[in-house]
Design a protein around this ligand. Structure first.
Ligand SMILES: *Cc1c(COP(=O)(O)O)cnc(C)c1O
Length: 345
């Protein structure tokens, strides 16, 4: 078998949820959008449900199908994108709670599904989703009379604890919601770490569950090993890979592993990423191609049959840094071709 092997530790996901839940005195939901940040939303939701999670968030209504199928009618599944035209059947049939983002969405929701649960998303300065201060002021009374399940907003800079945007958005959120009796939510992973004044009634962690920054105490939840398909010795001066991008400066031993940019290992990692054999680093040489990567294993005393890309010596965030991106992107790009071994509850 020549596919990479992605090991997913659901016990780690549950431990991370418990750790984040333990930092607050309010309720803790779980964000499972983008297929559970690439780890498999149905499996992740199942494990978290067993651990006591009763509220899940997805980005779009279609993502709720797999979760409802797995968990049945009990947990609340909320949709960040709200109630778009064309979502009505899914929202009704799956019993979803759309987070309404505009007066237009609110009107559409009340017209098409009167009496059906909803929440409201407010914009406190990120300018991405949600009703703005004036819009909210105009319809808050009407919306609140329909008893929304939740009023929420999202922080733009929560991964930078000292950023002035955090207290600014907190202040805006308070101005827009102080005095209402509906439960409130402002914090994702970063917001939980900012402290109690950001917690309100419900937090919505995503990345921290999956072992990523800014939750630096997280338990890693994934490992990735790529099998070596072939090993060859190249003489000093020989070249490796597309565009002759690497040239051996000494007699070298090159391992070709199965995996490439089609599997989410970005081309920017060409000549940059490091694989590991146990604790020994083995540098990528030459271009990352679609399905293959060439790795210098000259310094290994033996010929391994696989190399590790995400594991004890290199976290998701380490790899993200090498790829000039964030852990979120590494996880959500994890390829469909990997053989997935999911263990834990
Ligand atoms: C993705 C998302 C979250 C989860 O954020 P993390 O940083 O992954 O914890 C929470 N709320 C909203 C609105 C989101 O889009």
């Amino acid at each position: 078998m020549s596919t990479g092997r992605l090991t997913i530790d659901l016990d780690a996901v549950v431990a991370n949820w418990r750790a984040l839940d333990g930092m607050t005195t309010c309720k803790t939901a779980a964000v499972v959008k983008a297929n559970g940040y690439g780890l498999g939303s149905a499996n992740v939701a199942k494990a978290l449900f067993k651990a006591g999670v009763r509220q899940f968030f997805v980005a779009v209504a279609e993502e709720a199908i797999a979760i409802r199928e797995e968990l049945g009618p009990k947990p609340e599944i909320s949709v960040f994108s709200g109630h778009m035209k064309g979502d009505t059947d899914l929202i009704r049939n799956l019993g979803l709670t759309p987070m309404l983002n505009s007066v237009e969405q609110l009107t559409h929701h009340l017209e098409t599904l009167p009496g059906h649960p909803f929440g409201v998303q407010l914009d406190t300065g990120m300018n991405r989703l949600g009703m703005e201060m004036q819009e909210w002021a105009a319809i808050a009374e009407l919306a609140l009379a329909q008893k929304p399940r939740l009023v929420m907003s999202h922080l733009a800079c929560a991964d930078e604890p000292d950023h002035p945007m955090n207290p600014y958005q907190l202040d805006q959120f308070r101005k827009m919601t102080d005095g209402i009796t509906v439960p409130r939510s402002l914090a994702a992973t970063g917001g939980i770490l900012l402290g109690p004044e950001y917690h309100f009634d419900l937090t919505r962690p995503g990345i921290g569950l999956y072992g990523g920054l800014p939750f630096d105490q997280a338990t890693p939840a994934v490992e990735l090993d790529l099998p070596i398909i072939q090993i060859r010795d190249v003489a000093e001066g020989e070249v490796v890979g597309y565009a002759n991008a690497w040239q051996a400066q000494r007699p070298s031993r090159i391992a070709t592993v199965s995996g490439g940019y089609a599997d989410g290992i970005a081309r920017i990692l060409s000549d940059k990423a490091t694989f590991y054999d146990g604790d020994t680093p083995c540098p990528v040489v030459g271009r990352v191609s679609m399905d293959l990567i060439t790795v210098d294993i000259t310094d290994l005393p033996h010929a391994p049959n696989k190399l590790n890309l995400i594991g004890p010596n290199q976290s998701v965030d380490d790899l993200a840094q090498a790829a000039k991106t964030i852990g979120y992107e590494i996880l959500t790009q994890l390829g469909d071709r990997y053989t997935r071994k999911t263990f834990g509850k």
